[in-house]
Design a protein around this ligand. Structure first.
Ligand code: ATP
Ligand code: MG
Length: 351
Protein backbone atom coordinates (compact mmCIF):
# COMPACT_ATOMS: atom_id res chain seq x y z
CA UNK A 1 0.00 0.00 0.00
CA UNK A 2 1.08 3.60 -0.56
CA UNK A 3 0.45 6.17 2.16
CA UNK A 4 1.47 9.76 2.79
CA UNK A 5 2.54 10.85 6.25
CA UNK A 6 3.22 14.36 7.50
CA UNK A 7 5.88 14.25 10.18
CA UNK A 8 6.05 17.03 12.77
CA UNK A 9 9.12 16.36 14.95
CA UNK A 10 8.65 19.54 17.01
CA UNK A 11 10.92 20.48 19.93
CA UNK A 12 13.03 19.01 22.72
CA UNK A 13 13.14 15.21 22.54
CA UNK A 14 10.50 15.30 19.77
CA UNK A 15 13.02 15.03 16.88
CA UNK A 16 15.02 12.31 18.71
CA UNK A 17 12.09 9.99 19.30
CA UNK A 18 10.64 10.78 15.86
CA UNK A 19 13.89 9.65 14.22
CA UNK A 20 13.40 6.32 15.99
CA UNK A 21 9.79 5.96 14.89
CA UNK A 22 10.76 6.67 11.27
CA UNK A 23 13.43 3.96 11.36
CA UNK A 24 10.85 1.53 12.66
CA UNK A 25 8.43 2.53 9.88
CA UNK A 26 11.21 1.94 7.32
CA UNK A 27 11.59 -1.59 8.66
CA UNK A 28 7.83 -2.12 8.32
CA UNK A 29 7.91 -0.77 4.75
CA UNK A 30 10.47 -3.29 3.61
CA UNK A 31 9.05 -6.25 5.55
CA UNK A 32 5.46 -5.73 4.37
CA UNK A 33 6.12 -4.13 0.95
CA UNK A 34 4.48 -0.75 1.63
CA UNK A 35 5.50 2.70 0.53
CA UNK A 36 5.27 5.54 3.05
CA UNK A 37 5.94 8.99 1.62
CA UNK A 38 7.11 11.15 4.50
CA UNK A 39 7.08 14.97 4.46
CA UNK A 40 8.66 16.71 7.41
CA UNK A 41 7.26 20.10 8.47
CA UNK A 42 7.93 22.48 11.40
CA UNK A 43 5.51 23.02 14.30
CA UNK A 44 5.76 24.58 17.77
CA UNK A 45 8.95 26.33 18.87
CA UNK A 46 10.88 25.33 15.77
CA UNK A 47 8.15 26.85 13.60
CA UNK A 48 8.17 30.05 15.69
CA UNK A 49 11.94 30.32 15.16
CA UNK A 50 11.65 29.76 11.42
CA UNK A 51 8.43 31.64 10.57
CA UNK A 52 7.17 33.45 13.67
CA UNK A 53 4.09 31.19 13.74
CA UNK A 54 3.70 27.95 15.78
CA UNK A 55 1.48 26.45 13.05
CA UNK A 56 2.57 27.86 9.66
CA UNK A 57 -0.11 27.60 6.93
CA UNK A 58 2.21 25.36 4.86
CA UNK A 59 2.41 22.87 7.73
CA UNK A 60 -1.35 22.81 8.15
CA UNK A 61 -1.95 22.41 4.43
CA UNK A 62 0.48 19.49 4.24
CA UNK A 63 -1.20 17.79 7.24
CA UNK A 64 -4.65 18.15 5.72
CA UNK A 65 -3.70 16.54 2.43
CA UNK A 66 -1.84 13.56 3.93
CA UNK A 67 -3.22 10.23 5.15
CA UNK A 68 -1.93 10.69 8.71
CA UNK A 69 0.10 13.03 10.90
CA UNK A 70 2.85 11.95 13.29
CA UNK A 71 3.83 14.46 15.97
CA UNK A 72 6.77 14.44 18.42
CA UNK A 73 6.31 17.10 21.09
CA UNK A 74 6.29 20.89 21.27
CA UNK A 75 7.50 23.55 23.69
CA UNK A 76 10.42 24.32 25.97
CA UNK A 77 11.87 27.07 28.16
CA UNK A 78 13.35 28.86 25.15
CA UNK A 79 9.88 30.12 24.18
CA UNK A 80 8.65 30.96 27.71
CA UNK A 81 7.26 34.46 27.94
CA UNK A 82 7.07 34.96 24.17
CA UNK A 83 3.89 36.29 22.57
CA UNK A 84 3.72 33.20 20.35
CA UNK A 85 3.34 29.93 22.27
CA UNK A 86 4.51 26.57 20.84
CA UNK A 87 1.52 24.83 22.53
CA UNK A 88 -0.89 26.96 20.49
CA UNK A 89 0.39 25.14 17.41
CA UNK A 90 -0.71 21.85 18.95
CA UNK A 91 -4.15 23.05 20.08
CA UNK A 92 -4.71 24.63 16.67
CA UNK A 93 -3.77 21.56 14.68
CA UNK A 94 -6.08 19.35 16.77
CA UNK A 95 -8.87 21.82 16.08
CA UNK A 96 -8.12 22.19 12.36
CA UNK A 97 -8.01 18.42 11.83
CA UNK A 98 -11.23 18.09 13.88
CA UNK A 99 -9.89 15.16 15.87
CA UNK A 100 -12.69 14.59 18.36
CA UNK A 101 -11.82 11.09 19.59
CA UNK A 102 -8.66 10.71 21.65
CA UNK A 103 -7.49 7.12 22.13
CA UNK A 104 -5.04 6.34 24.91
CA UNK A 105 -4.11 2.70 25.43
CA UNK A 106 -2.85 1.62 28.83
CA UNK A 107 -1.10 -1.69 28.60
CA UNK A 108 1.02 -3.20 31.32
CA UNK A 109 4.07 -4.73 29.69
CA UNK A 110 4.85 -7.62 32.04
CA UNK A 111 8.63 -7.04 32.23
CA UNK A 112 7.88 -3.54 33.56
CA UNK A 113 5.77 -4.72 36.51
CA UNK A 114 8.64 -3.77 38.80
CA UNK A 115 8.35 -0.05 38.06
CA UNK A 116 4.57 0.26 38.44
CA UNK A 117 3.28 1.77 41.70
CA UNK A 118 0.56 -0.92 41.71
CA UNK A 119 1.11 -4.52 42.84
CA UNK A 120 2.26 -6.86 40.02
CA UNK A 121 -0.80 -9.14 40.42
CA UNK A 122 -3.10 -6.14 39.90
CA UNK A 123 -1.55 -4.98 36.65
CA UNK A 124 -0.72 -8.33 35.09
CA UNK A 125 -3.66 -8.44 32.66
CA UNK A 126 -4.21 -4.73 32.13
CA UNK A 127 -4.83 -3.92 28.46
CA UNK A 128 -7.35 -1.11 28.21
CA UNK A 129 -8.01 1.90 25.97
CA UNK A 130 -9.54 5.24 26.83
CA UNK A 131 -11.68 6.96 24.24
CA UNK A 132 -11.89 10.56 25.42
CA UNK A 133 -14.10 13.17 23.77
CA UNK A 134 -11.60 15.87 22.82
CA UNK A 135 -13.33 18.90 21.35
CA UNK A 136 -16.39 19.60 23.52
CA UNK A 137 -17.59 19.78 27.10
CA UNK A 138 -16.42 21.96 29.95
CA UNK A 139 -13.17 23.07 28.31
CA UNK A 140 -14.79 24.73 25.32
CA UNK A 141 -18.50 25.63 25.78
CA UNK A 142 -19.86 29.14 26.31
CA UNK A 143 -20.65 30.97 28.57
CA UNK A 144 -17.23 30.84 30.13
CA UNK A 145 -15.34 33.44 32.12
CA UNK A 146 -15.25 35.77 35.09
CA UNK A 147 -17.70 38.43 36.13
CA UNK A 148 -15.97 40.67 38.59
CA UNK A 149 -13.63 39.17 41.13
CA UNK A 150 -16.09 36.87 42.92
CA UNK A 151 -17.80 34.90 40.15
CA UNK A 152 -16.58 32.51 37.50
CA UNK A 153 -18.43 30.22 35.14
CA UNK A 154 -17.72 27.23 32.91
CA UNK A 155 -20.40 25.44 30.94
CA UNK A 156 -20.67 21.70 30.48
CA UNK A 157 -22.50 21.50 27.17
CA UNK A 158 -22.84 18.62 24.75
CA UNK A 159 -24.87 18.30 21.58
CA UNK A 160 -26.24 14.84 20.80
CA UNK A 161 -24.14 14.71 17.61
CA UNK A 162 -20.89 15.35 19.47
CA UNK A 163 -21.68 12.44 21.77
CA UNK A 164 -22.81 10.16 18.95
CA UNK A 165 -19.67 10.47 16.86
CA UNK A 166 -17.24 9.69 19.69
CA UNK A 167 -19.42 6.94 21.20
CA UNK A 168 -19.70 5.31 17.79
CA UNK A 169 -15.90 5.22 17.48
CA UNK A 170 -15.73 3.61 20.92
CA UNK A 171 -18.26 0.92 19.96
CA UNK A 172 -16.33 0.17 16.77
CA UNK A 173 -13.13 -0.14 18.77
CA UNK A 174 -14.80 -2.36 21.38
CA UNK A 175 -16.21 -4.59 18.63
CA UNK A 176 -12.70 -5.01 17.20
CA UNK A 177 -11.30 -6.00 20.62
CA UNK A 178 -13.03 -8.05 23.32
CA UNK A 179 -16.55 -6.61 22.87
CA UNK A 180 -16.65 -4.91 26.26
CA UNK A 181 -17.35 -1.19 26.66
CA UNK A 182 -17.61 0.88 29.82
CA UNK A 183 -19.20 4.30 29.50
CA UNK A 184 -18.23 6.65 32.31
CA UNK A 185 -20.47 9.56 33.34
CA UNK A 186 -22.04 11.31 36.32
CA UNK A 187 -25.65 10.68 35.35
CA UNK A 188 -26.88 10.82 38.94
CA UNK A 189 -26.29 14.61 39.00
CA UNK A 190 -25.40 15.99 35.55
CA UNK A 191 -27.93 16.59 32.76
CA UNK A 192 -25.19 16.32 30.12
CA UNK A 193 -24.39 12.88 31.53
CA UNK A 194 -28.05 11.82 31.29
CA UNK A 195 -27.97 12.73 27.60
CA UNK A 196 -24.63 10.91 27.26
CA UNK A 197 -26.13 7.75 28.76
CA UNK A 198 -29.20 7.98 26.52
CA UNK A 199 -27.04 8.23 23.40
CA UNK A 200 -24.83 5.32 24.50
CA UNK A 201 -27.92 3.14 25.00
CA UNK A 202 -29.28 4.10 21.58
CA UNK A 203 -26.05 3.35 19.74
CA UNK A 204 -25.72 0.08 21.67
CA UNK A 205 -28.70 -1.24 19.69
CA UNK A 206 -26.59 -1.20 16.50
CA UNK A 207 -23.80 -3.16 18.20
CA UNK A 208 -25.49 -6.26 19.63
CA UNK A 209 -22.11 -7.98 20.08
CA UNK A 210 -20.74 -5.31 22.40
CA UNK A 211 -21.57 -5.56 26.08
CA UNK A 212 -21.95 -2.08 27.59
CA UNK A 213 -22.06 -0.98 31.16
CA UNK A 214 -22.32 2.44 32.71
CA UNK A 215 -20.12 3.53 35.56
CA UNK A 216 -20.16 6.74 37.58
CA UNK A 217 -16.91 8.66 37.30
CA UNK A 218 -16.14 8.60 41.02
CA UNK A 219 -16.50 4.83 41.06
CA UNK A 220 -14.39 4.55 37.88
CA UNK A 221 -11.56 6.51 39.53
CA UNK A 222 -11.61 4.00 42.38
CA UNK A 223 -11.94 0.89 40.19
CA UNK A 224 -8.91 1.90 38.06
CA UNK A 225 -6.71 1.52 41.12
CA UNK A 226 -8.60 -1.35 42.75
CA UNK A 227 -8.90 -3.63 39.70
CA UNK A 228 -7.80 -2.09 36.39
CA UNK A 229 -7.87 -5.43 34.55
CA UNK A 230 -11.71 -5.38 34.58
CA UNK A 231 -11.75 -2.72 31.82
CA UNK A 232 -11.32 -3.01 28.09
CA UNK A 233 -12.61 0.10 26.25
CA UNK A 234 -13.65 3.09 28.36
CA UNK A 235 -15.52 5.96 26.70
CA UNK A 236 -16.08 9.27 28.44
CA UNK A 237 -16.44 13.02 28.03
CA UNK A 238 -13.54 15.44 27.81
CA UNK A 239 -12.71 16.35 31.42
CA UNK A 240 -13.45 12.95 32.94
CA UNK A 241 -11.22 11.40 30.26
CA UNK A 242 -8.44 13.90 30.91
CA UNK A 243 -8.33 13.04 34.60
CA UNK A 244 -8.94 9.28 34.41
CA UNK A 245 -6.45 8.66 31.59
CA UNK A 246 -3.69 10.40 33.54
CA UNK A 247 -4.58 8.35 36.59
CA UNK A 248 -4.49 5.12 34.59
CA UNK A 249 -1.27 6.04 32.79
CA UNK A 250 0.62 5.41 36.02
CA UNK A 251 -0.19 1.70 35.70
CA UNK A 252 2.59 1.35 33.12
CA UNK A 253 4.99 3.27 35.33
CA UNK A 254 6.41 5.71 32.78
CA UNK A 255 5.24 8.59 30.66
CA UNK A 256 7.81 7.53 28.07
CA UNK A 257 5.87 4.34 27.26
CA UNK A 258 2.52 5.89 26.39
CA UNK A 259 1.03 6.42 22.94
CA UNK A 260 -2.03 8.27 21.75
CA UNK A 261 -4.19 8.65 18.66
CA UNK A 262 -6.61 11.45 17.89
CA UNK A 263 -9.15 10.56 15.23
CA UNK A 264 -11.56 12.54 13.08
CA UNK A 265 -14.55 11.37 11.04
CA UNK A 266 -12.79 10.94 7.69
CA UNK A 267 -9.57 12.94 7.46
CA UNK A 268 -6.02 12.49 8.73
CA UNK A 269 -5.59 11.24 12.29
CA UNK A 270 -2.97 12.71 14.60
CA UNK A 271 -0.62 10.34 16.43
CA UNK A 272 1.65 11.50 19.24
CA UNK A 273 3.24 10.20 22.44
CA UNK A 274 1.61 11.28 25.71
CA UNK A 275 4.84 12.79 27.05
CA UNK A 276 5.98 16.36 26.41
CA UNK A 277 9.20 17.78 24.99
CA UNK A 278 11.22 16.88 28.14
CA UNK A 279 13.69 19.78 27.77
CA UNK A 280 15.67 18.46 30.75
CA UNK A 281 16.93 15.47 28.72
CA UNK A 282 16.73 16.83 25.15
CA UNK A 283 19.79 16.22 22.97
CA UNK A 284 21.25 13.54 25.27
CA UNK A 285 20.11 10.41 23.40
CA UNK A 286 18.47 9.14 26.61
CA UNK A 287 14.74 9.61 25.86
CA UNK A 288 12.50 6.56 25.77
CA UNK A 289 11.39 6.22 22.13
CA UNK A 290 8.70 3.60 22.83
CA UNK A 291 5.77 6.02 23.35
CA UNK A 292 6.51 7.56 19.95
CA UNK A 293 7.07 4.18 18.29
CA UNK A 294 3.81 2.82 19.74
CA UNK A 295 2.05 5.95 18.45
CA UNK A 296 3.32 5.10 14.97
CA UNK A 297 1.88 1.59 15.47
CA UNK A 298 -1.47 3.17 16.32
CA UNK A 299 -1.27 5.13 13.07
CA UNK A 300 -0.80 1.89 11.14
CA UNK A 301 -3.72 0.26 12.96
CA UNK A 302 -6.26 3.09 13.07
CA UNK A 303 -5.54 5.16 9.95
CA UNK A 304 -4.13 2.57 7.55
CA UNK A 305 -5.92 -0.57 8.84
CA UNK A 306 -2.58 -2.38 8.94
CA UNK A 307 -3.24 -4.57 11.96
CA UNK A 308 -0.58 -7.15 11.27
CA UNK A 309 2.04 -4.42 10.90
CA UNK A 310 0.95 -2.74 14.15
CA UNK A 311 1.01 -6.09 15.95
CA UNK A 312 4.57 -6.66 14.69
CA UNK A 313 5.73 -3.39 16.25
CA UNK A 314 3.99 -4.09 19.55
CA UNK A 315 5.51 -7.55 19.64
CA UNK A 316 8.99 -6.12 18.97
CA UNK A 317 8.50 -3.69 21.89
CA UNK A 318 7.52 -6.57 24.14
CA UNK A 319 10.58 -8.57 23.06
CA UNK A 320 12.99 -5.68 23.56
CA UNK A 321 11.64 -5.20 27.09
CA UNK A 322 11.80 -8.95 27.74
CA UNK A 323 15.45 -8.84 26.73
CA UNK A 324 15.90 -6.18 29.46
CA UNK A 325 16.77 -3.24 27.22
CA UNK A 326 15.65 -0.10 29.04
CA UNK A 327 16.07 3.65 28.88
CA UNK A 328 16.65 5.54 32.14
CA UNK A 329 12.98 6.27 32.84
CA UNK A 330 12.12 2.54 33.05
CA UNK A 331 15.38 1.38 34.54
CA UNK A 332 15.68 -0.74 37.68
CA UNK A 333 18.74 -1.58 39.72
CA UNK A 334 19.23 -4.78 37.75
CA UNK A 335 19.08 -3.38 34.23
CA UNK A 336 21.76 -1.49 32.36
CA UNK A 337 20.71 1.71 30.66
CA UNK A 338 20.30 1.86 26.89
CA UNK A 339 20.32 4.97 24.75
CA UNK A 340 17.43 6.06 22.55
CA UNK A 341 19.31 4.80 19.49
CA UNK A 342 20.11 1.42 21.06
CA UNK A 343 16.44 0.83 21.86
CA UNK A 344 15.53 1.63 18.25
CA UNK A 345 18.29 -0.62 16.88
CA UNK A 346 16.95 -3.48 19.00
CA UNK A 347 13.44 -2.91 17.64
CA UNK A 348 14.58 -2.73 14.03
CA UNK A 349 16.68 -5.87 14.44
CA UNK A 350 13.60 -7.77 15.68
CA UNK A 351 11.37 -6.42 12.92
P1 ATP B 1 4.36 19.19 28.56
O1 ATP B 1 3.92 20.43 29.23
O2 ATP B 1 4.96 19.40 27.21
O3 ATP B 1 3.35 18.08 28.60
P2 ATP B 1 5.57 18.20 30.90
O4 ATP B 1 6.26 19.22 31.73
O5 ATP B 1 4.24 17.73 31.28
O6 ATP B 1 5.59 18.69 29.40
P3 ATP B 1 7.36 16.18 29.93
O7 ATP B 1 8.07 17.06 28.98
O8 ATP B 1 6.59 15.07 29.36
O9 ATP B 1 6.45 16.95 30.90
O10 ATP B 1 8.40 15.61 30.98
C1 ATP B 1 8.09 15.27 32.33
C2 ATP B 1 9.23 14.45 32.91
O11 ATP B 1 9.22 13.15 32.33
C3 ATP B 1 10.60 15.05 32.61
O12 ATP B 1 11.47 14.89 33.72
C4 ATP B 1 11.08 14.26 31.44
O13 ATP B 1 12.47 14.16 31.39
C5 ATP B 1 10.43 12.89 31.64
N1 ATP B 1 10.13 12.30 30.32
C6 ATP B 1 9.13 12.66 29.50
N2 ATP B 1 9.13 11.95 28.37
C7 ATP B 1 10.15 11.07 28.47
C8 ATP B 1 10.69 10.07 27.63
N3 ATP B 1 10.19 9.79 26.42
N4 ATP B 1 11.77 9.38 28.06
C9 ATP B 1 12.31 9.62 29.27
N5 ATP B 1 11.86 10.57 30.12
C10 ATP B 1 10.80 11.30 29.74
MG1 MG C 1 2.29 17.51 30.45
Amino acid sequence: MEKTITVLPGDGIGPEVMKGALRVLKAIESRFQHRFTVTEMPIGGKAIDETGNPLPPETLEQCKKSDAVLLGAVGGPKWDGMDQRPEHGLLQIRKELNVFANLRPVKAFSPLADISPLKPELIENVDLVFVRELTGGLYFAQPKGRSGSDEAVDTLYYHRQEIERVVKKAFELAASRTGKLTSVDKANVLESSKLWREVVNEIAMSFPDVKVDHMLVDNAAMQLVRNPAQFDVIVTENMFGDILSDEASMITGSLGMLASASLSEEGAGLFEPVHGSAPDIAGTNTANPLGMVLSAAMMLRHSFHMNEEADAIEMAVQEVLNAKFRTGDIQTKKSRVSTTDEMVEQLVYRL
